[in-house]
Design a protein around this ligand. Sequence first.
Ligand SMILES: *[C@@H]1O[C@H](CO)[C@@H](O)[C@H](O)[C@H]1NC(C)=O
Ligand SMILES: *[C@@H]1O[C@H](CO)[C@@H](O)[C@H](O)[C@H]1NC(C)=O
Ligand SMILES: *[C@@H]1O[C@H](CO)[C@@H](O)[C@H](O)[C@H]1NC(C)=O
Ligand SMILES: *[C@@H]1O[C@H](CO)[C@@H](O)[C@H](O)[C@H]1NC(C)=O
Ligand SMILES: *[C@@H]1O[C@H](CO)[C@@H](O)[C@H](O)[C@H]1NC(C)=O
Ligand SMILES: *[C@@H]1O[C@H](CO)[C@@H](O)[C@H](O)[C@H]1NC(C)=O
Length: 826
Amino acid sequence: MAPASSRRRPSVMAALLCGIVAAAASSPAAAAAAAAGGSSGRGPIGTNGRNYTKVCDPARFAALGLAMSAFPYCDASLPYGARVRDLVGRLALEEKVRNLGDRAEGAPRVGLPPYLWWGEALHGVSDVGPGGTWFGDVVPGATSFPLVITTAAAFNETLWRAVGGAVSTEVRAMYNLGHAELTYWSPNINVVRDPRWGRASETPGEDPFLVGRYAVNFVRGMQDVDGGAGGAGGDPFTRPIKVSSCCKHFAAYDVDAWFNADRFTFDANVQERDMIETFERPFEMCIRDGDASCVMCSYNRVNGIPACADHRLLRETVRDQWQLHGYIVSDCDSVRVMVRDAKWLNFTGVDATAAAMKAGLDLDCGMFWEGARDFFTTYGVDAVRQGKIREADVDNALSNVYLTLMRLGFFDGMPEYESLGVNDICTDEHKELAADAARQGMVLLKNDAGRLPLDPSKIKSVALVGLLGHINATDVMLGDYRGTPCRVVTPYDGIRKMAATSMHACDNGRCDTAAGMGIGAVVTNTVDATIVIAGLNMSVERESNDREDLLLPWNQTRWINAVAEASPSPIVLVIMSAGGVDVSFAQNNPKIGAIVWAGYPGEEGGTAIADVLFGKYNPGGRLPLTWYKNEYVNQIPMTSMALRADGKHGYPGRTYKFYSGADVLYPFGHGLSYTSFTYASSTTGASVTIPIRAWEHCRALTYKPGTSSPPACPAVDVAGHRCDEAVSFNLTVANAGAAAGDHVVAVYTAPPPEVGDAPLKQLVAFQRVSVPAGAAVDVPFTLNVCKAFAIVEETAYTVVPSGVSTVLIGDDAVSLSFPVKIDLAV
Ligand SMILES: *[C@@H]1O[C@H](CO)[C@@H](O)[C@H](O)[C@H]1NC(C)=O
Ligand SMILES: *[C@@H]1O[C@H](CO)[C@@H](O)[C@H](O)[C@H]1NC(C)=O
Ligand SMILES: *[C@@H]1O[C@H](CO)[C@@H](O)[C@H](O)[C@H]1NC(C)=O
Ligand SMILES: *[C@@H]1O[C@H](CO)[C@@H](O)[C@H](O)[C@H]1NC(C)=O
Ligand SMILES: *[C@@H]1O[C@H](CO)[C@@H](O)[C@H](O)[C@H]1NC(C)=O
Ligand SMILES: *[C@@H]1O[C@H](CO)[C@@H](O)[C@H](O)[C@H]1NC(C)=O
C-alpha cells in the first residue's frame, strides 16, 4: 500500500470548503492540526493505511491475534440485521461513540477497522475531505466531468446516469488500490431559488422536478450494482450498492454568505407550501425514486430549528415518510454550528448532540477544531450518562451506518468490482463521456444570421480574446469539489485544432487601455474570426460566497464591446459561469453575432467548445435556470425564501414558475440550435374523470377574485387517492433544417386559469432526442395525473384541481399546447 509520505495531505482548501473559514484564518494552529489528522493521539487512519479490501478476512483477523469465527458479524450466512446487532452489541459505550463521527476509529479489540466516511464525487472523484480519497503514486487523477449545472443543461437522463456510473467505477477501482473509501456526499440537490447563490455550479438548477430527476439518475448510476442484484425487488435495506451516494443539503439551504447573512446563522423562514413544493421535492425524489443511501442535513435553521436537530424533517419525513434505507449525516460541523454560531437555545455540546441524535442524525461530520473532534464523538458518552439520550439511540445510529457499509461489501467484498484497477480510471471512454457531457450541456443563447457554426473550410485564422483563466482555462473549467483531472483540454487547445489561433490575454487591465484596445483592433482585422471567452470563476460564485450582482466582473463588458466594435465581422462570445449573467449588452449588440453558454465544462471542456463553435456538434442544451437582468437583485433580498411574489413588500416571484416580471434576459429552458424543429401531435385535448370515493378528501382551493362558483369538489388530495389516471400523447418532432441535431422536448402543465397563487407553469416531463436533418421522430409521453397536474395548495396539501389544465410543450421557438379537462365526480 501507499507509503505515508506519498499521501497527499488534506488541504486547507478542504477545511475552507467545509466552512471553517474563520477558524482556518484566525487559527493557523487549528488548521495545521486538522491537516495533520487532529490531535487525538492516533496516527493517520483510513485508506492510506488500509491493506485489505474486506473486513471479514480470516487472515486480517489472524494478524490482529483474533479468530474471525468467533465474530458472528463476519458470518456471511446470517442476515445483515443479525450481523449488525452482533457487531454493535460487542462494543462498549466508549467504543460505540468513537464510531459516530466521520473519522470512525473502529474497535481493534473486535476486529473493526477505522473508516473515513467523508468522500466527495460531485462531478468526478474528488480528494476534498480528510484524506479517505487521495491522488498520488499509482492514481494521479480521475475523470473530471463538467460541473453539475452544465451536465444538467443536457436534459438527458441517460447521460446523468452514465456519469454516475463512470464515477462509481473509478471509485471502486481506487478503493481496490487503497485510494478511496466507498461513501460519497454527492449530489448537491438544493434548488437555485435565487440567481445570486454561490453554489449554483454544484446543482442541477432552479426547477425541483429537473433537480429531482438529476438526483435519481446520478444516484442510481453511483449506487446500482450493474446487472441483477442492484435492480428493484428484494429487501431495500440489504440491497447491495456499488458506491453510497448522498443527497444534500436538507433542507431549504441556499444562502451561503450574502452581505450579513451567512449559512451558519441563517434562519430560513419558509412556508410549508414552499417546503413541500420546492425545497423538499428533489429530496423526496432522490430517496423514494433514487433510493439514495444517505441524506445530509444542512447548517441553516428552518423556521427556528437547526435542520440537523429537526425531528420532523429528519425522523418523520426522511426516515419514516420517505423510507430512507441508509444513514443521515450532518454537514461538516452542523452540530457544532448549533452551539457556536446559532447559539440555539443556549445549548451545550451535550444538549446539541442529544437533540441531533434524537432528531434522527446518525453520523456527525466534524471539522477538527483546535484539537477537538466532531460533537457526537466528543459528547456522546456524556449525553448517555446524563440521561439525555439512551444507549439504544446510539445503537440505532450505528446500525444505520454499519448496514450501509455491509451493503457496500465493506465487510464481505463485492466480487463484481474486485478486478477494477488503474486501467479503469481515466479511460478513453470516460474522457469521451466527459467531453460528451460538456457538448450536450452547451447552450446556444444567441445566433444572429447563422454566425455559428464557423465553417472550418473558410475560417483559417482565429483571434482568441479574454482573461487567460478563460481562454487557456486549466482551472476555471473544473470548478469546486474537483479532484485532480486526468488532463485538461483548454479552449485554446480545442480551437487551435480547428484553425490557426492566436491568444490575446486581457489580464492585468491589458484590454482596458486605449493601447490594448488598439491592439484588439489590429488583431481582429487580421483574422477570419474573433472568439471572446468571458464570464465568472470561483472567486465570484462558490461555496461561502454569494454574488451581489449579475454583471460580468473585471471590466469584461467594456473590452468585449471594444473588441466587437473593432472587428470587421460580428464576434462570437462564449460565457463561462454557473449562474446567469446579465449579458443584455451582448444580446443587443449586432456586432456580437453569437453567444454560447459553456457553463464550467470540466477537463474536456476545450474540445466541447471547439466542436460546438465549428459545427462538429450541433448544440442542444437548455438553460437549467432563468437568466435575469441585473435589476432583479434590486427587487428582492436573497434572504427572502418565498417563491411566490410578495405584494406587501413589492418582491417579484422567483424562478420561471413564479416570476412574471420583465427582467428576464433568457428564460429557463432557452437554447437554440443550428437547425430548426417543428412539432405535430394528433392529440388536441384530453379529459379525465376522477371518481371521488367516500374516503377521499376534497380540498378547498384559492381562486382568483371574480371566479363565479367553485365546483362541489375543488380539488382531490393525492395522498388519499389511487392515482392511476394518466394522459398519454405522442409528439412528432421534425427537423426542418439541413443539420442533424438534438432537441429537448420540455413538457409543462399549467393549472386551471381560475386557480389563484399557482405556478405559471411547471415542468413535468422532458426528453432529449436526436433528429437527423429532414427526418422526424415520434416521442411518446405518459403523464400521471397526480404527478403532472397536481399543485400544492395554500396549506401544503398536494392536490389535483378540478377544471381545465393545460399541457404546454416547448418554448417560444416551437411550441404546442392542449387542454386537459379534469372532472372530480363526487
Ligand atoms: C441564553 O443565555 C443568555 C445569557 O445567560 C440569556 O440572556 C438568554 O435569554 C438565553 N437564551 C435562551 C434562548 O435561553
Ligand atoms: C496555457 O496552458 C498551458 C497548459 O495547458 C500552459 O502550458 C501554457 O503555458 C499556457 N499558456 C499561457 C500563455 O499561459
Ligand atoms: C478569477 O479571475 C480573476 C480575474 O482574472 C482573477 O484575479 C482571480 O484570481 C480568478 N480566481 C479564480 C479562483 O480563478
Ligand atoms: C477597469 O477599468 C478601469 C478604468 O480603465 C481601471 O481603473 C480598473 O483598474 C479596471 N479594473 C479591473 C478589475 O481590471
Ligand atoms: C402513440 O404512438 C404509438 C405508436 O405509434 C401508438 O401505439 C399509440 O397509440 C399512440 N398514442 C397516442 C396517445 O396517440
Ligand atoms: C444522451 O446521453 C447518452 C449518454 O451520453 C448518449 O448516448 C445519447 O446520445 C444522448 N441522447 C441524446 C438524444 O443526445
